[in-house]
Design a protein. Structure first.
Length: 370
């Protein structure tokens, strides 16, 4: 197989054969039920709860509305401790709730919120911690829970990267008070756009289900100021079909991961993020750090790849804390975030997806080797 001259993106959805989706569409046309907890919606909720081994799950139109509603559901206010090394949606969900983000630095090995630094950021206004399982690598969930218990804080995990990740043999989505997933097209399981909140009990799920449907409890009762966060039937049907290809896609990404690890090993100035211990990861991202010993800088490498049609991404650069709506916060100062600031300058996420051919991956590797 020759390398293609088509652009190579950092991620690409693993699409099931189109003809397999047609019967789902025919069923939707027959049902004439397009949204509002339709049959495919309910089937996907049950299938995902089972697949992820979680007690309750609510589907959403996207992950960001899920984050906004999760904060509403737990009535979070005041200050929330979070990471600057994430996608903007994490912290935007706080601003949409009138909450002040308090940035805490990341751990140099996992790039997740550094649990050692959480306590010193807690004030009388702190009500919750919102960590991110960055690249699908688990946060220090036990330590974070102990801190939350000691100070009476809620924990809401942004698990947008962590679909289907298992930690210590159990679903990672079971941790915290709530866990929010994203099913955006760029994620390892997608419904074009979509997301979900994992709840620990029926009562919490009920409240979340009200909130995602305008607060409507029945025809004549509105119990709260809800929003429209519903997933429609086409999205849900696509999710059901995609579940069948999940394992296949993961194994193919795993092969890509292995090839990068083997081929980049020992290359001066290039460091791959180690696979987390006792974790069944989803191989959705392949971040490397480009250190000063490398022949070119991170940005020079990023540009060289682009010139060859390879769109690696600097996730996460710039840090959220450097963006105009956050940089005025005291916790956003670079001196408060030395590890995140360094990692943001060195990180590069390489293309990883199920359809990435060996010759195409070889092109990426050869360009990194220079
Ligand atoms: C993708 C992503 C989101 C947002 O999810 P959407 O479904 O696109 O709204 C939130 N947080 C992180 C860390 C993400 O990567």
């Amino acid at each position: 197989m020759e390398p293609t001259s088509r652009p190579i993106y950092v991620t690409q959805p693993y699409l099931p054969p189109l003809e397999e989706f047609i019967p789902y569409l025919q069923q939707i046309w027959k049902n004439k039920w397009l949204t509002n907890a339709g049959p495919f919606h309910n089937e996907l909720e049950a299938a995902l709860a089972q697949h992820l081994e979680v007690p309750h799950l609510s589907l959403f139109a996207n992950g960001t509305i899920g984050l906004v509603v999760a904060l509403q559901a737990l009535r979070i206010s005041g200050e929330v401790i979070t990471t600057p090394f994430t996608f903007v949606a994490t912290t935007h969900s706080l601003l949409w709730n009138g909450i002040k983000p308090v940035f805490v630095d990341i751990d140099a090995e996992t790039f997740n919120l550094d649990a050692d630094r959480i306590e010193s950021a807690i004030t009388p206004l702190t009500t919750a911690i919102m960590p991110v399982h960055c690249y699908g690598h688990p946060c220090d969930v036990d330590r974070i829970q102990r801190i939350a218990d000691r100070y009476g804080l809620k924990v809401i995990y942004d698990a947008a990267h962590a679909f289907d990740v298992r930690y210590h043999g159990k679903s990672l989505a079971r941790h915290g008070d709530l866990t929010v997933l994203s099913f955006h097209a760029t994620k390892s399981f997608n419904t074009f756009e979509g997301g979900a909140i994992v709840s620990p009990d029926e009562k919490t799920k009920q409240r979340i289900d009200y909130l995602k449907n305008f607060g409507i409890a029945d025809e004549v009762t509105v119990v709260g100021p809800g929003i429209n966060g519903k997933m429609n039937e086409v999205q849900a049907a696509f999710g059901l079909l995609q579940l069948r290809y999940l394992e296949d896609g993961k194994q193919k990404r795993r092969a890509v991961d292995r090839r990068y690890r083997t081929e980049l090993a020992g290359l001066p100035g290039i460091r791959c993020l180690p696979e987390p211990a006792d974790t069944d990861v989803n191989y959705s991202y392949f971040p490397i750090l480009v250190g000063p010993e490398h022949a070119s800088s991170r940005d020079a490498l990023y540009e060289r790849l682009r010139e060859h049609g390879i769109f690696a991404r600097r996730y996460f650069f710039p840090l959220v804390s450097e963006m105009p709506m956050y940089r005025g916060l005291p916790s956003a100062a670079a001196e408060n975030l030395p590890v995140a600031s360094r990692v943001a300058q060195q990180v590069l996420c390489l293309p990883i997806h199920a359809d990435l051919s060996v010759p195409d991956q070889e092109r990426v590797i050869q360009l990194i080797k220079g």
